[in-house]
Structures are given as structure tokens and as C-alpha cells.
Design a protein around this ligand. Structure first.
Ligand code: HEC
Length: 194
């Protein structure tokens, strides 16, 4: 017994990795199961983002009570006949199309489908966020803020003046240099002869 526990202790990292990998596989399979459950049972009438035959399911776990969701998915018609106000309202708004009962789905399966809906909604939200970079609120920069562009006169005018001044200074220095040399009676070799 002592040997075994020593062995386990000395290989904690290894066992940890094995356990971690098993959990990863498990959740990957569960995710796939949930996706195929959703595909086979719900997708003919529901999308995450848009209303089809039934309402868009994005955010449904936030707008509805969990117990209400499970019993609606299991048998919505029963709830409508029992006069549940939310269920009746939905039924009326969606052209009185009855959603088929899913009594054969277990609570775990329904839970997995709901988690799948949540993660899909999150992924599309993230993808849209990627497409639209952080919006810049106007007030952040103040009313007079203008985005800088290279065609801006505010950029080109000082830039041109600086370049002209630089050229003028260079020419002036060259002349001054030549003049100094001449004053010292040194011959100035014209550029072409160099
Ligand atoms: C035949 C089409 C159809 C299928 C298949 C279907 N639904 Fe529905 N569903 C509807 C309709 C229509 C409504 C609106 C309520 C009504 O008319 O009864 C609805 C409503 C819902 C609601 C309530 C939405 C809200 O905003 O509160 C949920 C949750 C839901 N469905 C989940 C599912 C799930 C999960 C599946 C698959 C297991 C599924 N539905 C399969 C047609 C369908």
C-alpha cells in the first residue's frame, strides 16, 4: 500500500496529465454530442442568431428560468394547454406552430444542448467583435478631434517648410565653405572634375 501511494506521489504530474487528457476528451465528446443533438432535433426550426420557425435561441438561458426551459423543451404543448402565460405568448407570437415534445431527451442532454447554444452564441459574438475593432467614442477625443491623415495640410505644410529650410541651410553651408576656402587661397575643385 505504501509502495503504491509512493508511486502515485512520485508520478503526480504524469497522473495529472492523464486525468487532464481524459477530461479534455470527455468534454470534447460531450460538446460534439450536444452539437449533433441540436442538429438533429432543433436546427430544422431554430437558429442561434435568427428567428426561423421558432425564436432565435441566443440568450435563452438568460431570459428564461432554467426549470421553465427544461419543461418547455420536454413538452411545450402541455405547458401551453396548462395556460403558462409565457408559453402561450410565445405560441401566439410564433404563429401557433407547436414545437414537438422532446420527452425522450434526458435532463443531461437538454443541459448539453443549452450549453451548446450558449457557447455558439458566445463564439459568434466573439467573431463579430473581431470584425469591428474597438469603437472610438467621439467624446473620448473631444469635439475638435480629427483623425490624422497623410493628405492633411497640417502635416504637409510644416513638413514642406522643414524640407525647404534644410535644403537652404545645406546650400548656404556649402557656399560658406567654398567662400572660406577661397579666402584661404585654396583652389576649389569644381564638382564635375572630382
Ligand atoms: C418543428 C419546429 C421546432 C423544433 C424541431 C424545435 N422547436 Fe423549439 N420552438 C418552436 C416554436 C414554433 C417555438 C415558439 C413557441 C411555440 O410556438 O410553441 C419554439 C420555442 C422554443 C423555446 C423557447 C424560446 C424562448 O424564447 O423562450 C426554446 C428554448 C426551444 N424552442 C428550444 C428547442 C430545442 C432545444 C429544440 C431541440 C431539442 C427545439 N426547440 C426544437 C419550434 C421548434
Amino acid at each position: 500500500m505504501k509502495r503504491l501511494s509512493e508511486f502515485v506521489m512520485s508520478n503526480t504530474f504524469f497522473f495529472g496529465m492523464v486525468f487532464f487528457t481524459m477530461v479534455q476528451f470527455n468534454s470534447a465528446f460531450a460538446q460534439e454530442d450536444a452539437q449533433s443533438l441540436f442538429r438533429h432535433n432543433c436546427m430544422s426550426c431554430h437558429s442561434i442568431e435568427q428567428n426561423l420557425v421558432g425564436p432565435a435561441l441566443k440568450g435563452v438561458t438568460e431570459r428564461r428560468d432554467s426549470a421553465w426551459l427544461y419543461s418547455f423543451i420536454k413538452n411545450s404543448q402541455e405547458m401551453i394547454l396548462a395556460g403558462d402565460p409565457l408559453a402561450v405568448d410565445l405560441f401566439n407570437r410564433f404563429n401557433k406552430v407547436p414545437m414537438p415534445p422532446f420527452t425522450h431527451l434526458s435532463d443531461e442532454e437538454i443541459g448539453a444542448i443549452l450549453r451548446h447554444i450558449e457557447s455558439e452564441a458566445q463564439q459568434t459574438a466573439m467573431a463579430t467583435a473581431d470584425q469591428n475593432p474597438i469603437p472610438r467614442p467621439e467624446e473620448f477625443y473631444g469635439a475638435n478631434y480629427r483623425q490624422f491623415t497623410f493628405s492633411d495640410i497640417i502635416f504637409w505644410l510644416p513638413m514642406t517648410i522643414t524640407v525647404i529650410l534644410l535644403i537652404v541651410t545645406l546650400v548656404a553651408f556649402t557656399h560658406a565653405h567654398d567662400a572660406l576656402k577661397e579666402a584661404r587661397n585654396e583652389t576649389v575643385v569644381p564638382q564635375e572634375e572630382l
